[in-house]
Design a protein around this ligand. Structure first.
Ligand code: SF4
Ligand code: SF4
Ligand code: SF4
Length: 500
């Protein structure tokens, strides 16, 4: 196998062979009214086989000579879409006595070349190999690597790196399962290029790109190729945006099937293959996009959600500052919130978050709060502050109880004695905080009976207002409640003269 090297020996050998010798070796060819043409397939959007024009011009020209002799063509034409060494090619053609024209074109016009017989460069070089008694192989390049000539019996799977979920070759998608047992010779690849599909890649996204590539290359002369590719691109775009229905996919499949038999060249013939092969070999992944609006690889932006995990966010604000779209709301100590409508899923927030709190998911995001909420730690701090405040209040109440108890002890067991100002002062010394209120009031009642009556009325009001603590205090005869401003305060009763 030597297709990738210049087959100068073949060029020499073919000059000494008659048409009969060639027919014996290659069989009869269909007669051609025009020329024999060497070109890439229109469906070949990779152009890897152009390498033969540079590495093996002798083989290509030898093949053209053999085809021209056996088909009775009037000359040869090379249709190329890359820079070539025209002088070298012409020199080889002159050696063979083959009239050669070189045409630059991105696609082969089937109308202009309707009378010509078209051969791909590797088919021409393969003829040269057979002339030399060699078995031609298949030119294969994996992931744009160096092309290699492999035997037709080489299993495609054996050429791939591990962990791939499938390949894209000649606009057809193959899953790992469908590749089992597939040989290079069986694939009959027009381009010879294999693109591997990793687990992080989305097949539907690749399908969208493949159809776009075909649209860019289509010359647009055939209705099915032109309109069919437009329809397919629209449907696949809708699938990646979560807007397609199952019946849209079915219609697209019908269009794709019709394209394979209604177009003028290989590009149109293969243009429906991407969709059909995805439906056949990656059905579950396609269905997930259409029915559940999920992109497992997280590539189709419209089908992924980016949100902030409440449990992980520390409210540092890094993502708020980093978001180029300004669509993250947040402030220090609060869980950031992403505006899903404005977010373009650029992923910056995912990268900058120091706590891994920004989550990218396909499908539904969990229920999130509709307004800013404190981060978990901050909530705990707030609770602790509240508890502290409550405990301070409780301490004040206990302290107040001690003061009141001291006042009662000072007054003996008199149930409703009139407290003296000195007793109030004593109480005040025991509990200075409360004593200001507990000191003997200036307007102390003149007698116990006179003091009790209004005091009971005030106590009742205090009970109504403060059924908790004040009600408890009101039950104690050694206390009294007075209105100070708008508030009611509890005081120790001043001791009467009999208590002194
Ligand atoms: S099938 Fe497409 S690329 Fe080929 S001739 Fe028709 S329109 Fe042009
Ligand atoms: S993905 Fe990009 S646009 Fe969306 S919130 Fe994050 S940083 Fe902003
Ligand atoms: S999501 Fe991350 S970066 Fe943004 S505030 Fe929370 S912890 Fe900080």
């Amino acid at each position: 196998m030597s297709m990738l090297k210049n087959q100068a020996d073949a060029l020499v050998k073919v000059q000494n062979m008659s048409a009969g010798d060639l027919e014996e070796l290659f069989g009869a060819f269909a007669p051609v009214k025009g020329k024999v043409a060497g070109a890439l397939y229109n469906s070949d959007t990779d152009g890897m086989k152009n390498v033969l024009l540079h590495s093996n011009p002798a083989g290509v020209l030898t093949g053209l000579k053999i085809a021209a002799v056996l088909s009775g063509a009037q000359g040869a034409v090379l249709i190329v879409n890359c820079p070539v060494n025209e002088q070298e090619l012409q020199a080889n053609a002159n050696m063979l006595g083959l009239p050669l024209t070189i045409e630059q074109a991105s696609t082969v016009s089937m109308l202009d070349h309707r009378d010509d017989a078209l051969y791909c460069f590797d088919e021409l070089a393969a003829m040269a190999s057979r002339l030399l008694g060699e078995t031609p192989g298949c030119l294969i390049s994996v992931d744009d690597g160096v092309p290699q000539e492999v035997g037709p019996e080489t299993e495609i799977a054996s050429m791939l790196p591990g962990g791939v979920k499938g390949i894209l070759a000649d606009h057809s998608f193959y899953s790992a399962e469908s590749l089992r047992g597939l040989m290079a010779g069986e694939m009959k690849s027009h381009s010879g290029v294999i693109h591997t599909i990793g687990s992080a890649q989305c097949v539907v996204d690749l399908l969208k790109r493949e159809i776009r590539t075909l649209r860019e290359k289509s010359c647009g002369k055939c209705v099915y190729c032109r309109e069919g590719l437009y329809q397919l691109s629209q449907t696949v775009q809708e699938i990646t945006e979560g807007r397609a229905k199952a019946q849209d996919v079915e219609l697209a499949k019908e269009i794709a099937e019709a394209m394979t038999v209604s177009c003028s060249c290989s590009l149109g013939d293969l243009a429906g293959k991407p969709l059909l092969s995805v439906a056949e070999n990656f059905g579950p992944e396609l269905e997930a996009h259409v029915k559940r609006k999920e992109c497992a690889a997280g590539v189709c932006l419209a089908l992924i959600q980016i949100y902030v995990d409440l449990a992980k966010c520390q409210g540092c604000g890094t993502c708020v500052r980093a978001c180029p779209k300004g669509c993250i709301e947040g402030k220090t100590g609060f869980v950031s919130m992403i505006d899903g409508f404005s977010c373009d899923r650029c992923g910056v927030c995912l990268e900058v978050c120091p706590n891994g709190a920004v989550v990218k998911t396909s499908g539904r995001a969990p229920k999130l709060p509709s307004r800013l909420t404190r981060v978990k730690g901050a909530r705990r701090t707030e609770e602790a502050a509240q508890e502290k405040q409550e405990s301070a209040q409780s301490r004040r109440r206990r302290s107040f109880g001690r003061v009141a108890g001291a006042a009662a002890a000072g007054s003996g067991s008199a149930p409703s004695g009139i407290p003296s100002s000195s007793a109030g002062a004593a109480a005040g010394s025991a509990a200075p905080g409360v004593s200001a209120a507990a000191e003997a009031p200036k307007a102390a009642p003149a007698s116990a009976a006179a003091a009790e009556k209004p005091a009971q009325g005030v106590l009742a009001a205090a009970q109504a207002e403060a059924p908790g603590t004040q009600a408890q205090e009101a039950a104690r005869p050694d206390l009294t409640v007075k209105k100070v401003g708008n508030r009611r305060r509890v005081f120790a009763r001043a001791k009467g003269p009999e208590d002194r």
